[in-house]
Design a protein around this ligand. Sequence first.
Ligand code: UD1
Ligand code: UDP
Length: 386
Amino acid sequence: MNKKKIAIIIGTRPEAIKMAPVVFALKQRSNDIDTVVIATAQHRQMLDQVLSLFNIVPDIDLDLMRPNQSLNDLTCRVLQLMQKTLADVNPDLLMVQGDTTTVFAASVAAFYLKIPVAHVEAGLRSHELYNPFPEEANRRLTSILAQIHLAPTPLAKENLLNEGTKEENIFVTGNTVVDAMSTLLNVPFSFSESPIKNLPLDQHRVILVTSHRRESLGEDLKNTCLALKEIVRRFPDVMVVYPVHLNPNVRKIVMEILSDVERIALIEPVDYLCFLNLMRNAHIIVTDSGGVQEEAPTLKKPLLVLRKLTERPEAFNAGLSKIIGTSTNKIVSEISLLLTDDKAYRAMIGSNPFGDGKASDRIAELVSRWAKNLKPLFSSENEFKG
Ligand code: UD1
Ligand code: UDP
């Protein structure tokens, strides 16, 4: 029997984190399938940090990041390079993960070549086109082009059904980020041997912050920075640790307002193992990141989301996160509440609704059954139930 060839696309830091366990699980089924990892390298340094941590060497690296790239330029470069790459590799199936421009543009390129697409983390919806931007559109467009929809949660499946996606093509797997975390949380780690060894983490209550979304650039990000400044002024035992995303539009605002503020540590993006341990060590996590919203509940940390709405409401529905927006006053009051009210703090700790650590095995099993033309691809008893 001819083995089927599965191409896996990775563009940015979160795609690499969430696809790494899928790559490993697929490689364990090398009797049934061949895997080809293609990095668009929409991100460079932040992608390489993840690839080297997981020891993944892409078979093809398109190296297409440009400083301060525009969405249109980026989309054109992905389309153009993927046209040639897909024609050369000629995969039977293309796997994409999430909602980045790499995901959307690679799916279009595959569609034009009539290569079927499997979408990992399918079905997340905020139901507002510009929020998050451009991810909400990227996800919806990818859903139209994909033939296999790997929904992380029952809610994501419901979103797809509501849009008319055929139920027989949707499989609830859990989010692969939980698998990535389970592996790495067992790896020994010491801050004293890390790039942030000089931070006095154990002498403070640490608030870990990340914020980088395009729709927040400008006033919203400024408001967040001003709130953080106010929090360290009010609470002398609190320290803010903020790994600043490499997007120059983020860095300009954050550096301008928060450089040289006592007990605010602006650090370079750290590798995933270090970041997981920062989360584990944090008192509160404040973020607009998608992935971090899924990780904080796994680590049983109260989570404040710097957005007006989220496409990942599972944590909020379980009482584990609050969607606090980006007004300075609101951010200050919500952080202050968690710093002063133990009952409110403890009420936000519970179990993770996003996955059970078995998502990548489910996905690999399903893909290998697809490769062998077996039906059903997946039994609903094996699905992640949420
Ligand atoms: C991208 C994704 C976003 C995802 C985020 C994860 C799109 C449109 N956006 O946003 O969905 O949440 O990644 O982080 O797909 N840069 C570097 N080195 C890096 C990475 C970025 O220098 O390793 C700088 C470059 O100047 C680059 C800029 O950041 O042009 C923006 O990168 P881009 O991937 O276009 O957007 P992000 O804001 O990172
Ligand atoms: N992360 C990391 N190092 C950092 C900051 C974040 O490894 O310095 C990880 C984080 O744990 C999460 C992912 O990067 O898994 C989130 O990436 P990002 O916020 O860039 O993208 P998003 O999730 O918003 O798409």
